[in-house]
Design a binder for this molecule. Sequence first.
Ligand SMILES: [Zn+2]
Length: 267
Amino acid sequence: MRFTEEQIRRYSRHIILPEVGGKGQERLLASRALLIGAGGLGSPAAYYLAAAGIGTLGIVDFDDVDLSNLQRQILHRTDDVGRPKVESAREALQALNPDVRVIPYKEQLTSANILELLAEHDVVVDGSDNFPTRYLVNDACVIAGKPNVYGSVFRFEGQVTVFQPGQGPCYRCLYPEPPPPGLVPSCQEAGVLGVLPGVIGLVQAIETVKVLLKIGEPLIGRLLTFDALGLRFRELKLRRDPACPLCGEAPTITQLIDYEEFCAVGP
Ligand SMILES: [Zn+2]
């Protein structure tokens, strides 16, 4: 592709980086990232990925904007309350960078639709806030062989890692079983510091760009934890579990399952 004058100026600080350059920027513009959720993690991640010129951003979110979201979900504005999150997200991102094609998916992510969505994208940014979705995204990414840039936040703490099928562990290697329902409270129940998902979502955005450009040392096999109150980052080594039912040596999960039932929150 050939850059327009405007694109050369817009992406000039990328283009002068030897690790990115014109070739790297072309690659970003041709890339497609799928954001799971336009919430606390998806908002900062999507903003920076759009600014960086990731050419296509698919955004899956079934929810409408609620006033209680605005404390941290910076894609949405006060006037957006009551509107679909994917719509306010699309407007905000296209206003930031018209080069970016934002594809809104206002639907529940399920075993029935996720593989089709993954086929259209190069990388997944998981900003979901519940266990059924995390296991679903994990399993689908392993099955489809797509990198999953994972983040989560809770109160004052966050975690981020990259699950790259074939190169490191998956979410099930860490957490083979979901916690019993009700044991881990949600953000709605436990609270979350509004700025915290900004930190974690931006680490996810950095890792997404690195994965797309194949530069640097991605967070594969490493879990970065962040404690906002102590202001400490820590890194834990993660190993692939040879007995993992999904990515281990003798997998027992070879297709998607019913994740609501697996996490025992369904009927
Ligand atoms: Zn695994």
